[in-house]
Ligand binder design. Sequence first.
Ligand code: FMN
Length: 171
Amino acid sequence: MKGLVVFKGRYGSTEEYANWIAEDLGFGLACSDDIKKKDLENYDVLVIGSSVYTGRLRISDWLEENREILLKKPIYLFTVSGTHPTEDRILQRILNLSIPEDMHDRYRHYPLHGRLVSKKLTLKDRLFISFGSRIANGGVKPKGNPLRDYDYVARDSINAMVEEIRRNIEA
Ligand SMILES: Cc1cc2nc3c(=O)[nH]c(=O)nc-3n(C[C@H](O)[C@H](O)[C@H](O)COP(=O)(O)O)c2cc1C
């Protein structure tokens, strides 16, 4: 069984998770910008990872571009976001907006918690977070600092996902 982990993040947390997953499963690893359609055909199983930006998956365009091939493969999708992994409704809305409709019931989703280090953000991203949170709060500055740093990235968080994929591919 030949597997590949394809990811698209921005500041490193998605890539970090992707690396750990590829290592634990013995799968290949590629950023979605570097993988060609014909290369995807060579894999039996795909693990796809994306961070969440402005309410969408960063990898959503790539999913649309490769839709036909992806529909033929078992897909395990992990998302990395500031949204807590138990916030099902919020995460489901993000998935619905970002994933081609005919793929909706064809993947298993694993939500992972991400990291924000405000001093590493581009100016555009800092502004987005500052003003985006105000817009989402009806134009009123929300309580608390929206640029507050957090880091929930932990190697253990992938254990259940890796075990489930391992069980499925061995079955
Ligand atoms: C500009 C910006 C927008 C973001 N938008 C969202 C969002 O809409 N929902 C969310 O849950 N997290 C959001 N996040 C948090 C990221 O998903 C989180 O920091 C993630 O770990 C980033 O992954 P990366 O390090 O691979 O880029 C946003 C972060 C930034 C910098």
